[in-house]
Design a protein around this ligand. Structure first.
Ligand SMILES: [Zn+2]
Length: 252
C-alpha cells in the first residue's frame, strides 16, 4: 500500500516550511491521515486549490515513513462558498474541528458520508444549523463508540419510552428504578429531541422544530458528552457565541 487513491475532505491546513502545507484529510477508507503537500502554498502549484480547507476531492497519496505525501488531487467540490457566509463558515469549521478531534486513523466511513452531507445541506440553506450541528454531534458520538441509549435504560437495560435523567457515566437515559447519578436532569422535549435526531438522517433532522430553550438544553448535554470523551474541547465551539453563552447558566 505505498500509494493510495481515496476520496477525502481537508479538515485542517497548516503552513509548513517555506512552500509546503501540512494537511489533515478525513478519507473515505483510511480514517484521518496527515499529508504533506510539497510546494502547495504557491498559487501556481498544481496542488494549491485542492489543498484548501473544506475541499472535498479525490487524492493520490504516497505513504512515507511518518506521513503521507500528496502526489495529485482532483477537486470534486471545493465548498469554498461555505467560507463566504459567516454562519456556514463557523459551523463548517466546527464540524471539521470536531471530526479532527474525534477521529484518528480508524476508518470511519459513516462520518465521512455525514460530513459531506452536512456541507451540502448547509449550502442548500434550508436547514437549521443548530439542529444540523446537534444531529451531527449525536452521529459522531455514536460512530466513535459513545452512542447514547435512549430506548433502553443505560444502567439496567429495561425498555424506557422516555426519562427525566441522562447519565454521562452510562451514556443514556435512566429508568425510575435505577440510581440517577453522574448525569443531568432533562426535559421530556429535550429527551425526545435527542432520540429523534439519533434515529433520522441528517436530511430529516432539519425538519425537527424545537424551541430555543430545548435546543439549548440539548446543546449543553451533547457538549458535555463531547468534552468528557474526546481529547480536547473544540475551540470553534466558543465562536458559536450567543448560543453557547446562553447555555453557560443553563441546566447543568
Ligand atoms: Zn434502569
Amino acid at each position: 500500500m505505498s500509494t493510495i487513491k481515496t476520496r477525502g475532505m481537508v479538515l485542517k491546513v497548516q503552513d509548513y516550511k517555506e512552500n509546503d502545507k501540512l494537511l489533515w484529510i478525513l478519507t473515505e477508507e483510511y480514517g484521518k491521515v496527515t499529508v504533506i503537500a510539497k510546494g502547495a502554498r504557491k498559487s501556481k502549484n498544481k496542488n494549491f486549490s485542492n489543498t484548501l480547507p473544506f475541499c472535498f476531492g479525490e487524492y493520490v497519496l504516497f505513504k512515507g515513513r511518518t506521513m503521507f505525501s500528496l502526489n495529485e488531487g482532483r477537486i470534486i467540490d471545493s465548498f469554498q462558498d461555505i467560507l463566504d457566509n459567516y454562519d456556514t463558515l463557523i459551523y463548517g469549521s466546527y464540524f471539521n474541528e470536531l471530526v479532527d478531534i474525534a477521529i484518528e486513523e480508524d476508518p470511519c466511513n459513516e462520518i465521512f458520508v455525514d460530513i459531506i452531507k452536512a456541507f451540502f445541506l448547509m449550502r442548500n440553506g434550508a436547514v437549521d444549523l443548530d439542529i444540523l450541528a446537534r444531529a451531527f454531534e449525536i452521529k459522531l458520538l455514536k460512530a466513535t463508540g459513545y452512542g447514547i441509549s435512549l430506548e433502553h435504560c443505560a444502567v439496567c437495560g429495561n425498555k424506557v419510552n422516555n426519562s427525566d435523567y441522562i447519565s454521562f457515566q452510562f451514556y443514556g437515559g435512566v429508568c425510575g428504578n435505577c440510581d440517577k447519578r453522574y448525569g443531568t436532569h432533562v426535559s421530556i422535549a429535550a429527551y425526545n429531541g435527542i432520540k429523534f435526531l439519533s434515529k433520522v438522517d441528517l436530511e430529516k433532522a432539519g425538519r425537527l422544530a424545537l424551541d430555543e430553550r430545548t435546543k439549548q438544553e440539548i446543546c449543553k448535554i451533547l457538549t458535555t458528552f463531547i468534552e468528557l470523551n474526546y481529547r480536547r474541547k473544540p475551540k470553534s465551539l466558543s465562536l458559536l457565541t450567543g448560543f453557547q453563552m446562553a447555555t453557560t447558566n443553563g441546566i447543568m
